[in-house]
Design a protein. Structure first.
Length: 215
């Protein structure tokens, strides 16, 4: 598949830095214990926050944020923190950046339902709960962008827990993988999605180790 690569290890995500690559998917496995823990959570207690933080402070920031949600079983919470940190660390390595914009989002509506290209250099996505991101191959991009909900052409979808690094059109104008969030409105389904970006003008104010956020 031109411009798209599926890899078996986290190191394979570095392939996104190749000029011809627009999407790299790490088809990973995740522990049964953390899968069961997330699946058993009351959807109202799923985390929902966004932070901009230096990678060196990310673990402390995640611990602080996740304590505000009713996430039972501290060991499992620690595994989730470790997973997010490892993905953020790889993203920072790919982009040679120190700050990461981390959004762990609870979604129960049709957020980002439109086909679009991200206005970023690169973006990392993974879904912990609910259906994952949908995308189209490049030859169907313009058709999907034009037709939106009426589009009925070939459609790809990430698997749950897949880690995908997308190039946006900031890196290459009029390039980038066209994708959207799956429609879940009126289904009772709640998604839990992790999105990691570099620092941008739309990022929240950075957290500071000297503030209560990281204590």
């Amino acid at each position: 598949m031109s411009g798209v690569k599926i890899c078996k290890t986290i190191e394979g995500l570095n392939s996104i830095n190749r000029t011809e690559m627009e999407l790299v998917i790490w088809r990973r496995t995740i522990s049964t214990s953390i899968k069961d823990w997330i699946n058993c959570m009351d959807s109202k207690n799923l985390p929902n926050f966004r932070i901009l933080v230096n990678l060196s402070d990310l673990t402390h920031a995640l611990e602080s944020k996740l304590k505000k949600f009713d996430l039972k079983v501290e060991k499992m919470r620690g595994q989730l923190i470790d997973d997010i940190y490892n993905l953020a660390s790889k993203f920072a390595d790919i982009n040679q950046c120190e700050d990461v914009d981390v959004r762990l989002q609870r979604i129960s509506n049709d957020a980002c339902w439109k086909f679009h290209r991200d206005v970023v250099k690169t973006r990392l996505l993974t879904t912990y709960c609910g259906p994952s991101t949908e995308w189209v191959k490049n030859k169907y991009s313009e058709k999907a962008l034009l037709e939106q909900r009426e589009y009925n052409g070939p459609l790809e979808q990430l698997r749950k827990f897949d880690v995908a690094v997308f190039k946006g059109n900031y890196a290459q104008p009029d390039k980038g993988i066209v994708h959207r969030s799956p429609s879940i409105v009126n289904t009772g389904i709640t998604r839990l999605m992790l999105c990691i970006n570099q620092r941008t003008d739309t990022s929240p104010a950075p957290l500071d180790r000297g503030k209560d956020d990281l204590i």
